[in-house]
Design a protein around this ligand. Structure first.
Ligand code: IFM
Length: 362
């Protein structure tokens, strides 16, 4: 199957995982990414790598704590930084695909109760409006990345700040994300009609997906039609009882490419374009990554042949990065990062992905 030139091919990152030098609720709460990959200073070189690998798009997030380090006070220097990031992408023919919130919060917001505070949607809206008004050249905006994963890790399992274990609060947090998304959607449709707004969810595959993905589908039902596209992050199959001798990533996640097809089909009912906003594998040896990418893309193609409206694919991640409470151990990158020297090295699988892209584009 060959795809149109407008199909987005690229890789994804998030600010806190790659930029370095950020103070937010995670750094404050014992999960400090330190200088991470220093992408904040090396973004142009990293984009050169993406371009050399035939990507035509790049997904990244804006760090709220840089933009609004104190409540209601915006930092113009940091806004200008992201303007430079977008200009650098455009110069290289990479379409910016921008996430407004990817798990991290300013310290002041966290101290006010974070996403459990009933005012959280209004705080988020103030920040989101400011950014969208400043970064006029961006078409694709994601409001929230994987809200269910965040609510679970931060408010149910208690492994991310604020490290709570309280199911009713986790549900309240999710309701606040939905409210914030809708507020932003309405504001933007009244003021910036040309932009496309999505919500990103992480779904698992296999027969148990009806159980594990239930909260995600419930969020979509609540978001309703107030969305222009769906972002799907797909990584693994989850079983009720761990099987033996299954193909697994370095994270221990079962590799199950057909799941991307199953989950795309599950999302068809929403009747919205779908972007694969993340799909990737932690694989330090790089022995499994090429097949992982090839096999998943084949299942995406099959779903498209059967009528699914998929418009882009972003591998997670462009470069190795900070994997939250797992630290720097897991290696998801198309590009290896030496954390001592910060040197980048393109992995063979990245070249394989480039070959797939060039075969697929007409
Ligand atoms: O690294 C994360 C990312 O921040 C969100 N989606 C899943 C990735 C791998 O765990």
């Amino acid at each position: 199957m060959s795809l149109s030139k407008s199909f987005l091919w690229g890789a994804a990152t998030s600010a806190y995982q790659v930029e370095g030098g950020i103070t937010n609720d995670f750094s404050d709460g014992g999960l400090d990414a330190g200088r991470a990959c220093d992408h904040y200073n090396r973004f142009e070189k990293d984009f050169d790598l993406a371009r050399s690998l035939d990507h035509n798009a790049y997904r990244f997030s804006i760090e709220w704590s840089r933009i609004e380090p104190e409540e209601g006070k915006f930092n113009q220097k940091e806004i200008d930084h992201y303007k430079k990031v977008i200009a650098a992408l455009r110069e290289r023919g990479l379409e910016p695909f921008v996430t407004l919130w990817h798990f991290t919060n300013p310290v002041w917001f966290a101290r006010l109760g974070g996403w459990a505070n009933k005012k959280a949607p209004d705080f988020f809206l103030r920040f989101a409006k400011k950014i969208v008004e400043e970064l006029k050249d961006v078409k694709f905006w994601v409001t929230f990345n994987e809200p269910e994963i965040y609510a679970n890790h931060a408010y149910f399992f208690g492994v991310w700040p604020p490290k709570k274990k309280n199911a009713p609060i986790a549900r309240r947090v999710l309701r606040n994300f939905i409210k914030a998304h809708k507020l932003f959607y309405h504001w933007s449709k009244n003021t910036r009609q040309s932009i496309q707004i999505g919500w990103v969810t992480n779904l698992s595959g296999g027969p148990t997906r009806w159980f594990f993905n239930f909260p995600n589908h419930r969020s979509f039902a609540a978001v309703g039609s107030e969305i222009d596209f769906i972002g799907l992050n797909y990584y693994q199959r989850i079983r009720f009882f761990p099987g033996r001798n299954l193909p697994r990533s370095d994270m221990g996640w079962e590799i199950y490419p057909k799941g991307i097809y199953e989950t795309i089909n599950d999302l068809k009912k929403c009747n919205k374009p779908i972007y694969i906003t993340e799909n990737g594998i932690a694989d330090a040896s790089d022995k499994r990554r090429s097949d992982f990418i090839k096999d998943h893309i084949q299942w995406v193609e099959k779903a498209m042949e059967e009528g699914a409206d998929v418009r882009g694919y972003f591998y997670w991640s462009l470069i190795d990065n900070f994997e939250w409470h797992h630290g720097f151990g897991p290696r998801f990158g198309l590009v290896e990062v030496d954390y001592k020297t910060l040197e980048r090295k393109i992995r063979p699988s990245a070249q394989e992905y480039a070959r797939i892209i060039s075969h697929m584009v007409q």
